[in-house]
Design a protein around this ligand. Structure first.
Ligand code: NAP
Length: 283
């Protein structure tokens, strides 16, 4: 058996095409969706991520603004900059590229982003709304995971989903979205004993760790949907948590790295931005 690949590249193109049409309709009403990126310092990976997100904005017709702030910025100055963007009517979404330098308070900075402009879904109001099941912005990577799962055609209702990773930006929100979709959810992390005993029970397996080769074929239930959200580098090449060769032989569906969650995360960011602009315009 060879797993059916869940093509995140193709799906992200489709989502972006839908966004482009929605942006066009907004522009006909005189509204141009605006997305601001706040980049503190020169972290090379962050610079690359922001560049890719800017390019996606260009493809969709979203106006993007990148505010580059020095590594040495103080908390007070950073918050002043965030507050300025918060009050700017032409900016619909704000994204503080993480990580920010260690001397800064990440949670306090995110709290300066108004929840309705929080395209990343990281603000505590939005994170909380996911926990209690009310409306709010949802984090982009977990949304991408759910869309990749939908692409498989497998109904999540009643299935056992195992999520590896419990961060606030991928693991936990992904687990909560799976719960919302009526899965029975198990969350594993670095202190989990005998990881394989859990992963082997998973009808849906999501790995969000960042360790190449963490999941091998013998750890996967035959026919399972496997979604790799991890990003690791081996000899300069981007790879995920899943050992593709062996897992492909066992899984029913596989979202690989590269070409799975990565492009989907960016596409979901576009969707969130357009949705905010539409909501503001009462479309
Ligand atoms: P993170 O904050 O470092 O979290 C990693 C999680 O993995 C933690 O919960 C950790 O457990 C767990 N873990 C570490 N080693 C483990 C092991 N041996 N067995 C089981 N669990 C283990 O990272 P993150 O921000 O959630 O990101 C996770 C991965 O997704 C990274 O590779 C990141 O690059 C990638 N990512 C991808 C996208 C995308 O667009 N595709 C977006 C965001 C992140 P503890 O909690 O116990 O430490």
């Amino acid at each position: 058996m060879s797993a059916i690949l869940l093509d995140g590249k193709q799906l992200s193109r489709e989502l972006e095409a839908q966004c482009t049409e929605r942006v066009q309709r907004l522009k006909e009403q005189g509204i141009i969706p605006g997305l601001a990126f706040i980049l503190v310092g020169e972290d090379p990976a962050s610079v690359v991520y922001v560049r890719s997100k800017n390019k996606a904005c260009e493809r969709c017709g979203i106006r993007s603004v990148t505010l580059r702030l020095p590594e040495s910025i103080s908390q007070e100055e950073l918050e002043q900059e965030l507050n300025k963007l918060a009050g700017d009517e032409s900016i619909h979404g704000m994204l503080l590229q993480l990580p920010i330098p260690k001397h800064l308070d990440e949670a306090a900075a995110i709290a300066c982003i108004p929840p309705e402009k929080d395209v990343d879904g990281f603000h505590q109001m939005n994170a909380g709304s996911l926990v209690i099941g009310t409306d709010g912005m949802r984090a982009c990577s977990p949304l991408g995971i759910m869309d990749l799962l939908a692409l498989s055609g497998v109904d999540p209702c009643g299935k056992h989903a195992v999520v590896i990773g419990r961060s606030a930006i991928v693991g936990k929100p992904a687990a909560l979205l799976l719960l919302e979709a009526n899965c029975t959810v198990t969350i594993c992390h670095s202190k989990t004993e005998n990881l394989a005993s859990y992963t082997r029970q998973a009808d849906i397996l999501v790995s969000a760790v960042g360790k190449a080769g963490l999941i091998t074929g013998d750890m996967v239930k035959p026919g399972a949907v496997v979604i790799d959200a991890g990003i690791a580098r081996v000899e300069g090449k981007v790879t995920g948590d899943i050992e593709r060769g062996s897992v492909e032989q066992v899984a029913g569906y596989l979202s690989p790295v590269p070409g799975g969650c990565g492009p989907m995360t960016i596409a979901e960011l576009m969707v969130n931005t357009v949705s905010i602009a539409e909501k503001k315009a009462h479309v």
